[in-house]
Design a protein around this ligand. Structure first.
Ligand code: EPS
Length: 394
């Protein structure tokens, strides 16, 4: 079965649409579980005024009946409440002759898609670019990811995230991490497990806001309960680590992705990097972050995702006015001081989408019952290779 997903929608357009195809029939998809994920994405200290306007909730358009998936493409819609204030700017109808649109953007923001997009798509108004480049699009990703999380749950997998660094403040690593992770991280306004770091991060966000500046940071996203053998070593585009990196890197403003030790592995000796194999085929450590040879090892998947500071600055950087060609200050659109806590929720969704696709590739199934049968058969096969009972797939 082909698994694919796509989104449509502009930040101040009518709404966002997510379409997800390949989810088997018979999966219960309670609407409140999707909306909970959307609410989590809207949160986090440092978000701007837009999140006070919106109350993101899905409407099912297709693919679900009586609370269960049908196996057909699933379509979800989230209306933009802010559309009411932007109708005249964002209307799809042609302008009246001679009318000039409000809120044109001709002073591109360094770091945003404004300039490259305006040149590539030959637009005079960078709003034609930024409306789609806006991270608002991730609403639809999170909705599709929430459906994937429900699927993964059926196979014992659980995904969570927490902020490990924000505005240059690093959190002390909690060992072991709390389970369920999101219950603990969502209790913090910056989704950070270290209370001392949390206080310092909040102070830095306040200071950045006062200075008209923005902050980036790093999130750790983790999947527990992942069976051994998702993805494959046989071809470059089937390697799960590569697919994860692509999916996480596609989140707006993300500039780096690490799995396990990541860059630190390059600075250590082999004896300090590789995870020794123990009787029962378990691992002494999980420095690899849950993949070897482009396949899951059965250990938790652990990725760290680095986000640059948001490129809309209230104290703007230098740019060029595309109308005049002369020097100018970049456009200062309303925006967030930081969206790192929300990025963690989006990273969870992207991880869920990649894992759901890999799961369905391996086990197939038009109905959830069929996928489960195939999954159980495989687990039994792996268990037979781990006679001591313990094992990655148990
Ligand atoms: C976002 C909505 C946007 C921004 C943010 C993400 O709302 P508005 O542009 O109306 O303030 O808050 O977008 C960006 C950071 C960006 O660079 O475009 C959302 O729903 O997440």
């Amino acid at each position: 079965m082909t698994f694919r997903f796509t989104t449509a929608g502009e930040s101040h357009g009518r709404g966002l649409v997510g379409i997800l195809e390949g989810i088997p029939a018979g999966l219960a998809v309670p609407t409140d579980r999707i909306n909970t994920e959307l609410r989590r994405r809207m949160g986090g200290y440092g978000r701007g005024a837009r999140m006070k306007i919106e109350a993101d909730q899905i409407e099912w358009l297709a693919g679900v009946r009586a609370g269960e998936t049908l196996g057909s493409p699933i379509a979800m819609l989230v209306w933009n409440r802010d559309w009411e204030h932007w109708r005249d700017v964002m209307a799809p109808e042609p302008d009246a002759p001679g009318a000039e649109r409000r809120r044109q953007v001709t002073r591109p923001r360094p770091g945003h898609a404004d300039l490259a997009g305006s040149l590539k798509y030959d637009r005079q108004d960078a709003r034609d670019i930024l409306e789609r480049a806006s991270a608002r699009e991730t609403v639809a990703r999170v909705a599709c990811g929430a459906v994937c999380k429900l699927l993964l749950e059926q196979f014992g997998m659980e995904i969570g995230s927490h902020v490990v660094e924000l505005g240059g403040v690093g959190a002390r690593h909690a060992v072991p991490l709390p389970v369920p992770l999101n219950e603990a991280s969502d209790a913090s306004p910056v989704r950070c497990l270290d209370a001392e770091a949390e206080r310092e991060i909040i102070a830095r966000i306040d200071a950045a806001k006062a200075a008209g500046d923005t902050l980036g940071g790093v999130v750790e996203v983790i999947a527990l309960g992942v069976p051994v053998g998702l993805g494959s070593h046989v071809s470059w585009d089937r390697k799960l680590d590569g697919r994860l990196a692509q999916a996480l890197m596609s989140i707006p403003a993300v500039k780096g992705v690490e799995l396990g030790l990541g860059f630190a592995a390059a600075r250590r000796k082999g004896s300090e990097v590789h995870d020794e194999i123990m009787p029962g085929l378990t691992r002494a450590t999980n420095r690899a972050g849950g993949t070897e040879g482009g396949m899951t090892t059965g250990e938790p998947l652990v990725a760290r995702v680095a986000m640059k500071p948001i490129s809309t600055l209230m104290a703007p950087l230098r740019t060029v006015d595309l109308k005049t060609g002369g020097p100018a200050q970049a456009q200062a659109e309303r925006s967030d001081v930081t969206a790192v806590p929300a990025m963690g929720v989006i990273a969870e969704a992207m991880l869920a989408l990649v894992l759901a696709q890999a799961l369905l590739e391996k086990f197939g199934g038009d109905a959830l019952s069929e996928t489960k049968r195939n999954f159980e058969g495989y687990l039994a096969q792996v268990r037979a290779r781990t006679p001591r009972g313990a094992g990655a797939a148990s």
